[in-house]
Design a protein around this ligand. Structure first.
Ligand code: CA
Length: 430
């Protein structure tokens, strides 16, 4: 297990000298990594703490990390060089950051010109924090796969025969991964309405969300050398929230036989802060038992993370009337059937290479209780049961002006709550 505490040996509870509100997603226990720019400075990497960002470019320039790693790793505009450095360096740097920020730690930051290093988050523009070479999307929630099987193949077994033997996935489009807050233009494409003889072309009428989590690859592996299941987590830096926007009518017409394509590739939104495995460690839980037991290369004691997840929806009308967003789904990542370690072992078992910054998304995360599904197609049962909103509107799929926000957080007795921030997107007309 990696160390997640500060450098100092102390019995005091971990607390920052920087005031952090109790509701903040970013207490000193979290310290997630991101990339940002300000009006006077180009992209650089930083750490979220309360409503501030610790500017790692400046902090490394001041020599705070000279005994941890090469300064250049922390003075790059994006995280890729740091991701490539691997877990020993991640741990050293995170411990030092914790120590610089904790109340009883290294006083150099606190007693120096702290404002030079601590940027107000409201003054910064957040960016996708790494260059994403490859993006893979899995299909790892058994509840989601079962629901979609029931919707699309009502006469057959809901799970296809391969589902419990391997984490089903496909390669997505990294070029259209966008950061929280980026507007989402309604895509156009071919769709074939039920009963129509021929397809037609136009804006999607069934624009949906997919509530997912994604992990960011660290060092990665060379071509021909799979990542073994044991030790796979050494290649995983941390997690973000992922909204895999989906045009269901385009998807339904195009997906056979090669799988998702233009119905998915128009946009994928991620949250800006990568929450590290170290920060998630207190929330590690045993993974869901797998039956049948997987093949040897996927066999592991298996752990997941107890991350609570929620989806909020606010329509244009609600916004104009000053109504807050409505929570339309609440679920958890903890029961995901195929774990991140299994996904990475499977994705590389044929010798495929991965690179620092690659993103692997879980697939839509759904629970079994009503209101715990991670997509509108499940929540409304393919449009049969519209969602009622507080202003009297209803929704089956998204309308122009709708804004969807994903949230993720971890909490349990005896541990400080940590969060992922948000992954938000507002729909613009085609
Ligand atoms: Ca997906």
């Amino acid at each position: 297990m990696r160390v997640s505490d500060g450098d100092a040996t102390t019995d005091l509870p971990l607390q920052s000298w920087l005031p952090v509100s109790p509701e903040s997603d970013f207490p000193i226990q979290n310290l997630p990594f991101g990339s940002f720019s300000t009006p006077d400075a180009g992209p650089r990497i930083g750490i979220a703490i309360g409503d501030r960002i610790l500017d790692l470019h400046n902090a490394a320039g001041a020599g705070f990390f000279d005994d941890c790693c090469d300064r250049a790793l922390l003075r790059a505009p994006l995280l890729n060089p740091f991701l490539a450095a691997g877990p020993d360096v991640w741990t050293l740097v995170r411990r030092r950051i914790s120590n610089l920020l904790r109340i009883d730690g290294d006083a150099r930051l606190r007693e120096g010109n702290a404002d030079r290093f601590l940027i107000k988050r409201d003054d910064a523009a957040l960016r996708v924090p790494m260059e994403i070479g490859d993006y893979v999307d899995f299909y790892s929630s058994i509840e989601h796969a079962t629901n979609l099987g029931r919707l699309f193949r009502p006469e057959a077994e809901p799970l296809l025969p391969n589902w419990k033997w391997l984490p089903v996935g496909y390669h997505g489009r990294s070029a259209t991964i966008v950061i929280d807050g980026t507007p989402i233009r309604r895509p156009r494409g071919q769709r074939k309405p039920p009963g129509a003889a021929e397809p037609e072309f136009g804006p999607t009428r069934r624009l949906d969300i997919e509530l997912e989590m994604g992990f960011v690859v660290g060092p990665g592996n060379e071509l021909g050398r799979p990542v073994p299941i044991h030790g796979a987590e050494n290649h995983i830096f941390g997690f973000v929230l992922v909204n895999d926007w989906s045009a269901r009518d385009i998807q339904a017409w195009e997906y056979q036989p090669l799988g998702p394509f233009l119905g998915k590739s128009f946009a994928t939104t991620i949250s800006p802060w990568i929450v590290t495995l170290e920060a998630l460690e207190p929330f590690r839980v045993a993974a869901k038992p797998q039956d049948p037991p997987p093949l040897e290369y996927l066999k592991t004691d298996g752990s997941s993370y107890a991350v609570d997840l929620a989806v909020d929806l606010q329509t244009e009308d609600m916004r104009e009337r000053g109504m807050p967003p409505q929570r339309i789904s609440q679920t958890s990542f903890r029961d995901i059937y195929w774990t991140a370690a299994q996904q990475l072992a499977h994705a590389t078992v044929n010798g495929a290479a991965t690179r620092p910054g690659d993103l692997y998304a879980s697939g839509t995360i759904s629970g079994s209780a009503p209101g715990s599904q991670g997509s509108l197609i499940e929540l409304t049962w393919n449009g049969e049961r519209p969602i009622k909103l507080p202003d009297g509107e209803t929704r089956t799929f998204l309308e122009d002006g709708d804004e969807v926000t994903l949230h993720g957080w971890c909490e349990k007795p005896g541990a400080r709550r940590i969060g992922f921030g948000a992954a938000r997107g507002r729909i613009e007309a085609a």
